[in-house]
Write a protein that binds this ligand. Structure first.
Ligand SMILES: Cc1ncc(C[n+]2csc(CCOP(=O)(O)OP(=O)(O)O)c2C)c(N)n1
Length: 967
């Protein structure tokens, strides 16, 4: 009888009949014709899958046409009514199976509280397919699906529920890659999505649960009301993460960089990173012995970064938990950047040695845009890391906001589908299931090198923090939570019931851990933390910054400069570069050889090439940086015949540092975070991020606030990240004008970063090289030119690059002291306006006037100014800027300059302002207005008397009908 029904041999027969029918309905027997005609669209697609899903390779015996014909000929029953009915049953059952694979997760038992209401989807009801109750006992052929040739309908449903709708719900059929889909399906169906743990394995899970539950309880008791964002209700995360670490280690991964949410961080530190309990406890007691506290301004306990070495079966793995700000999810791209840098340093091209692990909250992963940015970069050439493992502590609430008000999609993980990541939803009250999916997720990442997500449904036993009263806003949920037995106790009961654990044993485990905690608490009294470990590994040899001029040795030998220049401007003979680029490259090289007129872009490539020549690495990323937004860089050339790329700095000589130049995707927050992370791992690579226009850095403000400007103080982690922000008033309207210099300056304190606005290519050369030629690292923000990239005076000569030349924090006119003293007016300015002032002065032959350019605005060069201002004690001193008065450097420099003027004994007490009036928008919309304003500023600064300048301000104030000074 077997042969008469659908099986792997005759399934292709039906499929073939069907395809014949599709081509020509008359070509098949009339009863088959009726049969096919009566099927619906879904049935058709199942028919197409007969013999296995389309992605699966079929055994050759099945697709062998001769074999099929033989089988068919030897059996007359193929055309019988009985065969047709059994085929129809098979089609229905296979449709049901498919429905479970797609949507079985919708009825999975995911919520430990069981309070979320869900409808039973019709498509998961066997009756929707035309089966009736009595069919449950019917034997149905299912063509090898679920590993079965045939089975009773009720058994098929049972297997489906176990596999797709028990404690685990899997979303994977959105994946387009056939092999990935097949892998997930096979891995879960062959074991019914369950690992049969050994007794030892079960006890290990139990111990982790004990540790997390009891440690949090202990903290609660000892430090009542202190915020710690406990994991209670989501304890299964700990054995889950432990499994990820173990599996990763056993498969050869040597490093995991972890970014985590606030929730459960302390238990993660103690249990997975094995940070001594006494150390955590001493933090709670506010230990002042901790060098981390003494050097920096410190941070709260649940933000600190830590690293640890773990060992499994004699294999070692290094874990580093990245310090993070409170700003949820902001750490994600930082982790990705760190992973990429570690992979590069370890020459881990196949991404088999270093991985990223991100732990999220459910509200945060659904709400924060940076999550999408991090997924979006996960497979891009310049940013990919071979897949991140994501773990969501889905406690079904965000502070006081319920999921239905916190996201538009049914799951919080929907965003992961943008990269077709498989998503394993799992009930956090089934710790074995959590560990099982964590293993699958790790194996999946390691096999396919793409992102994967575990979404652990759990609950939050207390309020948002331990001092919060949750029933103000979620009274019903918290009634249910009060009644909820802990995950550990539930699991303990299960293990005792199935004789894995005796009651005595469990009591022993609990008691001995309690005693251990008591002892650890006791020993905090004598606890002395170890020295700060922040300058080890790749940071060895570096130290903290000093307060001298800190020039670094940045000049190079003339021979080196010209040699390097020749190599980086050489275009291979067989590469068809664009005609104009050949000319540009030729002109650049000539300028270096002649030692005259070296422009901005040439200077930049010389700075990078000389660093590479010295063995340092360089990485530049940002939108369209290869060519350069202003078509000035040409760091990547394209063959005009075949579009092949040629990156001159990448291979200009055999022995050189690693160079990457990456046209980033259209993100600022994510990319800047990534580059910051990269810079934290590798201090010997100059990491540069360039904004398309400076104003777009506002999209990355979170990175600037929480990491770049404050990271060293908060977490003692230095970064030499360099940001290039094109900035300047050029009549292009409010946007594209301002890199918001004022905001950066407002954040400057405690030597946290460097703000530079260079007006000479040589100074740009030195400031870039200086980043790696000192024994400390500081973020460097450079406000860069746009139209003045090509200004005739924005060029340097070779002597400014060689023979001990250095970066200059201020640039002064080349005048003798006598000439300086004679000058009646001194204009101090910063950036592009210098060229306009100098042009106007030259054109109009204006005499008795000097200009000082402030090239490094922070750290403010007090001493240089003091020494220089001594020559201008009788002069009128003006600050000129093109930005509106409430923007640019004015607010920052005014007080500083006045205090230096006082020190230099300058007669004038207050510095005069010449520039645009305060404005809401950075620049005027029309070009005419811009030009006329610009002209007024230039003329006022160079020609108008001081009394006229003062009057003009008074005029504005009258116009505004206010007596208040306009400041
Ligand atoms: C960007 C940002 N916005 C707001 C907050 C304040 N905040 C801290 S935790 C939290 C709720 C987070 O919910 P969820 O991600 O579900 O994690 P849970 O606290 O439930 O573990 C909020 C709104 C923050 N830290 N970061």
């Amino acid at each position: 009888m077997n042969d008469t029904f659908l099986n792997s041999a005759n399934a292709p027969y039906v499929a073939e009949l069907y395809s014949k029918f599709r081509n020509d309905p008359e070509s098949v027997d009339t009863t088959w014709k009726d049969f096919f005609n009566n099927l619906n669209e879904d049935d058709y697609s199942v028919l197409k899958d007969f013999g296995g899903p389309e992605w699966k390779e079929r055994p050759s015996s099945i697709i062998d046409k001769n074999y099929i014909t033989k089988v068919i000929k030897s059996n007359a029953n193929y055309n019988s009514e009985e065969f047709r009915i059994s085929t129809l049953d098979s089609i229905r059952a296979l449709r049901l199976i498919r429905a479970f694979r797609i949507n079985g997760h919708l009825i999975a038992d995911l919520d430990p509280l069981g309070i979320s209401e869900r409808e039973y989807p019709q498509e998961l009801d066997y009756k929707s397919y035309g089966f009736i109750e009595s069919d449950l006992e019917k034997e149905i052929f299912i063509d090898g699906s679920l590993g079965l040739e045939k089975g009773k309908l009720k058994n098929i449903i049972k297997i489906l529920k176990e596999t797709y709708s028990a404690s685990i719900g899997v979303e994977f059929l959105h994946i387009q890659q056939a092999d990935q889909k097949q892998w997930v399906q096979e891995r879960i169906e062959e074991v019914r999505n369950k690992t049969n743990f050994t007794n030892e394995g079960k006890k290990a899970i139990y111990k982790r649960l004990v540790e997390s539950e009891l440690f949090e309880q202990f903290l609660d008791k000892k430090f009542l009301g202190t915020k710690r964002y406990g994991i209670e209700g989501g304890e299964a995360m700990i054995p889950g993460i432990e499994q990820i670490v173990k599996q990763a280690c056993l498969s050869g991964i040597e490093d995991i960089i972890i970014g985590t949410a606030h929730r459960g961080r302390l238990t993660l530190l103690s249990s997975v990173l094995e940070m001594p309990y006494k150390k955590i406890l001493s933090k709670f007691q506010g230990s002042l012995n901790d060098p981390n506290e003494v050097l920096g301004s410190g941070d709260v306990k649940y933000h600190l970064g830590v690293s640890a070495d773990r060992e499994f079966e004699k294999k070692k793995i290094h874990l580093s938990l990245t310090s993070n700000p409170s700003h949820l999810e902001a750490v994600n791209p930082v982790v990705a950047g760190k992973v990429r840098a570690k992979q590069t340093l370890a020459k881990d091209k196949t991404t088999d040695k270093v991985i990223g692990l991100l732990i999220h909250g459910d509200a945060a992963i659904a709400g924060q845009g940076v999550v999408a940015e991090t997924f979006a970069m996960s497979q891009l050439r310049g940013f990919k890391t071979g897949g991140t493992i994501h773990f969501v502590i889905n406690n079904q609430i965000g502070f006081t906001t319920m999921p239905q008000y916190g996201r538009s999609a049914p799951y919080c993980t929907e965003i992961a589908k943008m990269v077709q990541a498989p998503i394993f939803h799992v009930n956090g009250d089934d710790p074995e299931a959590v560990v099982h999916v964590c293993r699958l997720a790790t194996e999946f990442r390691n096999k396919f090198k793409v992102d994967v997500v575990v979404d652990m449904f759990c609950y939050r036993r207390s309020g948002h923090n331990e001092a919060d009263e949750p029933s103000f806003t979620q009274p019903l949920m918290y009634k249910a939570i009060k009644k909820q037995i802990t995950t550990r106790k539930k699991y303990e009961k299960k293990l005792i019931e199935n004789n894995t654990l005796s009651e005595e044993e469990s009591r022993d485990i609990v008691d001995s851990f309690k005693n251990f905690l008591d002892k650890e608490f006791e020993s905090t009294k004598n606890y002395k933390p170890n020295k700060v470990d922040w300058l080890e590994g790749t940071w060895t040899g570096l130290s903290t910054a000093t307060f001298d001029a800190r020039r670094g040795k940045t000049s190079v030998k003339e021979k080196t400069l010209t040699n390097v220049a020749k190599k980086i401007h050489e275009i291979p003979a067989d590469f068809n570069a664009h005609r104009r680029i050949k000319k540009i490259y030729g002109d650049r090289l000539t300028s270096v050889i002649n030692g005259k007129g070296i422009d901005w872009a040439t200077s930049e490539s010389l700075a990078l090439a000389t660093l590479l020549d010295e063995g340092y690495g360089v990485r530049i990323s940002g939108q369209d940086v290869g060519r350069g937004t202003f078509s000035h860089r040409h760091g990547v050339l394209y063959d005009q015949e075949n579009e092949n790329r040629f990156v001159p700095l990448r291979h200009f000589q055999n022995k050189q540092g690693y160079f990457e130049i990456i046209d980033s995707f259209l993100s600022e927050f994510g990319v800047l975070g990534f580059e910051y992370g990269y810079s934290q791992v590798d201090p010997k690579t100059l990491v540069i991020w360039e904004a398309q226009f400076g104003d777009f850095a506002n999209g990355a403000q979170i990175m600037i606030d929480q990491f770049i400007s404050s990271g060293e103080r908060k977490w003692l982690r230095m970064s030499g990240l360099t940001m290039l922000l094109p900035h300047g008033h050029e009549g292009q309207g409010p946007e594209h004008t301002s890199g918001r210099l004022e905001r950066f300056l407002q954040m400057c304190a405690e030597d946290n970063m460097q703000i530079v606005n260079c007006t000479s290519p040589a100074n740009y050369f030195h400031v870039l090289r200086r980043q790696l030629h000192r024994n400390f690292r500081k973020p460097l923000i450079i406000f860069t030119p746009k139209s003045t990239l090509r200004h005739k005076s924005n060029v340097s000569n070779i002597e400014d690059y060689i023979n001990g030349s250095t970066f200059h924090r201020i640039l002064t006119d080349k005048l003798s002291v006598k000439e300086k003293r004679k000058n009646k007016r001194l204009i101090i300015c910063s950036g592009k306006i210098y060229f306009e002032l100098a042009d106007h002065i030259a054109k109009n032959k204006i005499k008795n006037l000097s200009i000082i350019r402030l090239e490094q605005i922070y750290p403010f060069p007090y001493e240089n100014f003091r020494d220089e201002l001594k020559h201008y004690t009788d002069a009128e001193i003006i600050w000129a800027q093109e930005e509106p008065k409430n923007m640019g450097a004015w607010g920052f420099v005014k007080g500083r300059l006045e205090s230096v003027m006082q020190e230099a004994k300058v007669k004038q007490e207050k510095i005069f302002y010449v520039g645009r009036s305060p404005a809401a928008s950075p620049a005027a919309g029309s070009l005419e207005r811009h030009l006329s304003n610009q002209e007024t500023i230039i003329k006022m600064a160079t020609e108008d008397s001081i009394s006229k300048i003062i009057k003009s301000w008074a005029g504005i104030s009258t116009k505004l009908k206010t007596n208040l000074p306009i400041e």
